[in-house]
Structure formats: structure tokens, C-alpha cells
Design a binder for this molecule. Sequence first.
Ligand code: FAD
Length: 495
Amino acid sequence: MDLIERTPTSRKLARVVVIGSGLSGLAAAHRIHELTASSRQPIEVVVLEAKDRIGGVIWTERVNGFTLEGGPDSFLTNKPWGIDLCTRLGLTDQLVETDSSHRRSFVVRKGQLAPVPEGFVLMVPHRILPILTTPVLSWRGKLRVLMDLVVPQRVEDTEESLASFVRRRLGREALERLVQPLVGGIYTGDPNDLSLKATLPQYLAMEREHGSLIRAAWRQQSRDRATRQHVRHASGARYGMFVSLADGMDVLPRTLAAALPPGTVRTHSAVRRLSRNGAASPWMVELLDRPPVEADAVIVTTEAHSTARMIDMEDPGLALQLRAIPYASSVVVNVAYRRDQVQHPLDGFGVVVPATEGRSILAVSFSSVKFPSRAPSGTVLLRVFIGGATQPGLFDLDDSSLGDLVAQEMAGLIGVHGDPLLLRIARHPRAMPQYILGHLDHVEAIRRKLTKYPRLFLTGIAFDGIGIPDCIHAAETTAENVFNSLANPASTAAA
Ligand SMILES: Cc1cc2nc3c(=O)[nH]c(=O)nc-3n(C[C@H](O)[C@H](O)[C@H](O)COP(=O)(O)OP(=O)(O)OC[C@H]3O[C@@H](n4cnc5c(N)ncnc54)[C@H](O)[C@@H]3O)c2cc1C
């Protein structure tokens, strides 16, 4: 009996196996399918997923009128690839912007909530007056932020951490009180370890071009004003900074999967190992408890540590490099209350918590304020972020301790009392790669090793950007390379 799942021996149909059905895997499979359909190239795609559901960290649950996001809840629009994909999938009607009435966030200072100064975006003060009047910084801290206008540019060309860059340009207080909690919430990482070049290179470019973040922001604002006047006359939809999908984020992976031929996506299919009989033979994708699948090309989109396990036997050196990408674990707790159980007016999108405050949560997002349709009227839906690289021990708390921790923190920060209407815990073990100092060189070294394997491709959150638009872009670019390598084998062989 032939236990290997083969294409017909005539090999009329080339097969691409995509490992992982997170957004990267599904976007890659979908792009190959698009190219195959439009060019009539006979290429089959199979997506193998270890879990019983698709979507990876995108994880939506609908309970009693609440839409709970256990993973991402929105994505940036200033990078076009998320919106582009939604448009191609016919999802533009589903795109929703954050509610415009309360577009601001709070930061905790000495246990109290204070608004993040208006115009302060991640690490750039776009406006001076809110910096001068904010209760978040001391007078010394405020003046130090303004010194960004005169602090000379860095001369050394060595890689700099995010924390070092902010300390140098805006001072230690702005780092600890504003930038660390704002950025830490996104990367669930420690700014002292994160590489600026790998995470937020646009700020490095701002310093290089304008000698100051504040000056760069002013120039950008005048350019934006000019563009807005120009665009006002143009047609086409324009969106705010973040959008989501009206029925929940999992609509995106589900629509991607539905656009693929039936049977393409196989859940309960954990890949154990990738092997070959020789450099010229196809890949054998070995599964935990199913027959192996033969592949002419493989796109691996799993977490780097999981990919390392698959490639260990074939290339231990490559596996070692993949394992060297550190990951952080985090927990997202969706918790709902009646409106009258919460004292705070909730006139913002949420709260970020500086590490220096010594609390047990990273941030809390006021989901039902950002996206009012996510909760029935008269109720409040919150998303609480816990763990990450800075508080790894909290990930290991059991559900009941996490519930207690959330109750205590919500009572202290926003005056919540009484039991929640519902509480759901989503754990993300080793799901967030940390782009630490040296990340880009490290990825480059991995890519150099991969040149040995012309039909093995790696993409996903571990490499070229952690946000949804970045992952889509990287996955689609990879899919195009795979398609070209199969459609024009001679060109790849010559390359
Ligand atoms: C808690 C959290 C919140 C986030 N919030 C946002 C946000 O609001 N906005 C935003 O833009 N981005 C956000 N991100 C980042 C965003 O989720 C990612 O950009 C994107 O979803 C990553 O998709 P991926 O497919 O690369 O990885 P994943 O979603 O991790 O998918 C990897 C898949 O591989 C599967 N797999 C692993 N091992 C195997 C194996 N051996 N065999 C088969 N399958 C395997 C896994 O089960 C999983 O389904 C967030 C991330 C996290 C963790």
C-alpha cells in the first residue's frame, strides 16, 4: 500500500504545501490560488494546520451578543496590504473604523489614569502644548522631551535599542512613562532588548532626515495637510489609522479559507518533520499521525521554534538559528461587566501601564468603546493584556488566579465592582517573536542558509514585521516567488 500521498506520477499537478493556517499561511495559499487561477497553471495547494481550527493567533468568539477577540482586534491602514487583501476578498463592506468619539488613550501614573498627551504617537510628540500641560511628565521630563529639537544626531552606525534611542532623544522619563508602555503593549517586549531598526525603523529615518523627531513630525503634518487637500478631490474609500472587521477578525482567515478549493485546508495535521531523499527530490512533509504529503515546494509559516523542530534532521544549523529567535508568551482576557459596575467614564480606547508602576497587567483595551458593536448596550467589554517578555511568570498562572488578578486590577484602575458577566482567557504560548538587537542580521543569515533549498520558503510573524499588514505582505511576496519558481523552473534553476 502506498502510504505517501502523491500527485499522479505523471506530475501534471505541482503541489505546494503550506504549513500553518494563521494569517500568513492562508494569505500565501490564497495568493498562489489567485495566480494559478488567472494563469491556469496546474498547481495544487494544501494547507496543513496542527490545531482543530484555522486562524492562528486570530481567535474570535461570539457569546451572548459579545464579540470577543482573543488575539488581534484591528490592523493599521497606513500599510496598504491589509486593506488590499480585504478588497480582493470582497470584505470592504465589513471594514469598520474605531469609534471617533473617544480617540485617545490613558497611561497609569502613580496608580491614576492620565490621558496620553494629545498628538503623542508611540514615540513622537506631534504637538508641544499637550507635552507642556500633561500630568504624565514632571517639568524636568517635559523640558527633556523638548530638547529633542537640539539634541545632536547619533554619529555611530552601530545598532541601537529602542530604549537607548528614546532615552537619547526624549529622555529617560518619556521612555519610562510613555514610550515603554505604548510600545511594550504592541511587542510585549522590553525596549532595552528590542532593536529599533527591526521594529520601528521609521523613527530612525526621521532622526536621520530631520535631526529631530519633533521637527520630522511637523514636516510630516504639513505634507499630510497638503495630501488631504489633494485627496479630498479624489475618489475611493479612506480609512482612519486602525480598522477591524464588523463581525470579528476571524472573518479574514475564514474568508481566505473559503476562497480556496474545498479540502485545501486540513486541520488536525501537525507537521513533524521535513525530509528529502536527495537535493533534487521533492520534500516529504511528515505528519504526526497521518501519511506524509509529498510537495514540490513548501512554505513554512509556523512559529520559528516550531519550524526548527521540523528542519532539525535535515539542517541542524538552520534549526539552531531559528531557535535563537526569542519568543514571549502572553494572555488576553476578555471580560464584560454591566455599565453600572464600572465607575470610570471610559472616555478613551484603553489604558497602558508603565512597567515602573509595578502592576500585573500590560494594558487594558476598552473594546466596546473602540468598536461599540462588540458588546450589547448597557454593557462594557474590556481586553486585558498580561505577561509578555517583561512579566513571563504571569503566563503560568492558572485561570482562577488570572481571574482574580483581572478583578483586582480593574477595581484599582477603573473602579470595577462585582462579578463579571463573562470572562474568557486566551493564552498565546511563545507566539510573539522578539525582534531583539541583531534580529535583521539574524534573519539575513537564515535566508542565506535557505538558498541551499530552492523549494523551501519561510515566512510569518518571526521575520519581517509583526503586524497583520506586514505578515500579509511577506506571505503574498513569498507566494509569488513560489509560483514563479514552479511556473518557470528554468529561471529558478539558473538563478
Ligand atoms: C496576542 C496578540 C495580539 C495581536 N494583536 C494584533 C493587532 O491588534 N493588530 C495587528 O496588526 N497584529 C496583531 N498581532 C500580530 C498578528 O496576530 C500577526 O501579525 C499574525 O496574526 C501572525 O500570523 P502568522 O500566520 O504569521 O502566525 P500564527 O498566527 O502564529 O500562525 C501560525 C500557525 O502555525 C500553526 N502551527 C504551528 N506548528 C505547527 C505544526 N507543527 N504543524 C502544523 N501547523 C503548525 C499554529 O497552530 C498556527 O495556526 C497580535 C499578536 C498576538 C500574539
